[in-house]
Design a binder for this molecule. Structure first.
Ligand code: ADP
Ligand code: GN1
Ligand code: MG
Length: 364
C-alpha cells in the first residue's frame, strides 16, 4: 500500500536530513521494496525506502550488513562522497526507523547517475559491467564472516527447484493447468540446478562476497560521461559466486526486450550486448578470477536466467506474493521472457564461453 503524503513527510523527518522534508513521491522500478524520493526545503534529496520485511524479516541484521558494506566500499573508493551510497541515520543514530507502517531506511539520493530501465545500448551495458565488476573488486577482502545471510539459499538453485515443485504440487491458485509448457521447460533443465551449488561446496569454485542482484537498474550510470557512478540495492550482498553477479548482469541486460515483454518475438539474446557487458565486467574483475571461474562464467548467465524464470513462475503459481506485479499474468510474462532467453543462450553456448574466457584473460 502506498504511503499517504503526510505520512511520507513525517517518516522522512525521523532521519538526519539537511533541511525540512517538504515533498515526496514514489520512485524507481524495484520489485521488492517501496522506494520514495524525498525533497527538502534546502534542495537536498534523499531516497526513503520501506523495507520489505516479508522478504527481509530481520531488518536489524539486514541493515548491519548494509552499513558494513557501504562503509567498506566508501573506504576503498576514490569517488566523491555524493556518488557513494550512504545510509542516513535516524535522529537517534539508528540505520532504520520503525513506524506503524513498517520499517524505513534512508539513503543519500545519488543524482550523478540514473537507472536504465529500457533495453540498453552496448555502450551503456559495458558501463554497467564495469560498475558491477568494480564493485566485486571493491568487496574483495570484505570479512565474509561479518555478513548475515539476508535471504538464505538465495541462489541455491537446487532449493529453488524444490520450492518450485512444491508450488506445482500445492497449486494454490489453480494455475498449473495453464502453464504445462513452462513447467516442462523448468523440469527439462533440472540438471542446471546443481552445477554451481556443488562446485561451491567442493571448493572447485571459490566462495566470494557478491552482490547477487546485479540487475541493470541496480547500477547508477552517468549516461553523458558513460561511467558507472554507484552500485545500489545492497540487500542481497552475501557469500556467493562471481558467476551470479556476472550472470544476472547478462540476464537483465543482454536481452533485446524488456523483462516483462509479452511479445516474445521481441525478446532475444544479443551477442553484441553480451560482449559489451562481459568486456566491462571481466575488465574490472577478470584478473582475480580462477581458471575455473573463467571457464564457467558464461554458464552463470544461463543459470541466473533459468533460476529467475523459475522464481517468477513459482511466484505466479503461489499467487504473486513475492515480486511486485501490475497485472495478473505479470509473473508469467516475466517467466516466459526468461525461458526464451535461456533457449537462445543454449544455442550460443560456444560463443558465450569463448567470449567470456577471452575477456577474462584480458586479450581484448
Ligand atoms: P528494490 O530492492 O525494490 O529493487 P532498490 O534499492 O533497487 O529497490 O531501489 C529501487 C530504485 O530506486 C533503483 O532501481 C533506483 O532507480 C532507485 N534508487 C534506489 N536508491 C537510490 C539512490 N541512493 N540514489 C538514486 N536512486 C536510487
Ligand atoms: C528483484 O529488487 P530488484 O527489483 O532489484 C529480485 C532479484 C531478481 C529481480 C528480477 C531480493 O530485484 O533477485 O533477479 O527482481 N531481488 C530479490 O527482476 O529477490
Ligand atoms: Mg533494485
Amino acid at each position: 500500500m502506498d504511503l499517504k503524503f503526510d505520512r511520507l513527510i513525517q517518516t522522512a523527518k525521523n532521519f538526519k536530513v539537511g533541511s525540512e522534508p517538504v515533498f515526496g513521491k514514489r520512485y524507481g522500478c524495484g520489485h521488492i521494496n517501496d522506494t520514495y524520493l524525498i525533497d527538502c526545503r534546502g534542495g537536498e534529496k534523499y531516497i526513503l525506502q520501506r523495507i520489505n520485511d516479508r522478504v527481509f524479516p530481520d531488518v536489524g541484521k539486514l541493515m548491519e550488513n548494509i552499513v558494513g558494506v557501504t562503509e567498506y566500499v566508501a573506504a576503498g573508493s576514490v569517488k566523491r562522497s555524493d556518488e557513494i551510497l550512504t545510509v542516513i541515520r535516524s535522529a537517534a543514530g539508528c540505520p532504520f526507523v520503525r513506524t506503524d507502517e513498517g520499517y524505513f531506511r534512508m539513503y543519500n539520493f545519488i543524482s550523478a547517475g540514473v537507472s536504465i530501465e529500457s533495453v540498453p545500448t552496448a555502450e551503456q551495458l559495458y558501463v554497467s559491467g564495469r560498475g558491477f565488476g568494480e564493485f566485486q573488486r571493491l568487496l574483495d577482502g570484505y570479512p565474509a564472516e561479518r555478513l548475515y545471510d539476508s535471504i538464505p539459499d538465495f541462489h541455491n538453485t537446487v532449493k529453488r527447484l524444490e520450492k518450485f515443485e512444491a508450488a506445482v504440487t500445492a497449486d494454490k491458485c489453480g494455475r498449473v493447468k495453464d502453464v504445462g509448457g513452462e513447467i516442462d521447460f523448468v523440469r527439462s533443465r533440472a540438471v542446471y540446478a546443481d552445477a554451481v551449488v556443488s562446485a561451491l561446496r567442493s571448493g572447485e569454485l571459490p566462495v566470494r562476497v557478491t552482490h547477487n542482484d546485479t540487475k541493470l537498474n541496480n547500477v547508477l550510470i552517468d549516461v553523458s560521461a558513460m561511467r558507472p557512478v554507484a552500485v545500489i540495492d545492497l540487500d542481497t550482498v552475501m557469500r556467493g559466486s562471481i558467476l551470479y553477479d556476472f550472470g544476472d548482469g547478462v540476464r537483465s541486460g543482454a536481452s533485446t526486450g524488456a523483462e516483462d515483454e509479452r511479445d516474445l518475438s521481441k525478446v532475444s539474446f544479443s551477442r553484441e550486448l553480451y560482449a559489451a557487458f562481459t568486456k566491462g565486467f571481466a575488465g574490472e574483475a577478470g584478473r582475480r578470477m580462477t581458471e575455473k571461474e573463467k571457464s564457467m562464467l558464461y554458464f552463470g548467465a544461463i543459470l541466473m536466467t533459468y533460476e529467475c524464470g523459475m522464481r517468477f513462475l513459482t511466484d505466479y503459481l503461489e499467487g504473486d506474493i513475492y515480486f511486485k506485479v501490475r497485472r495478473s499474468t505479470h509473473n508469467l510474462d516475466r517467466a516466459r521472457t526468461q525461458f526464451k532467453l535461456v533457449e537462445d543462450m543454449e544455442k550460443e553456448r560456444v560463443y558465450m564461453r569463448d567470449a567470456a574466457q577471452t575477456y577474462a584473460n584480458g586479450s581484448n
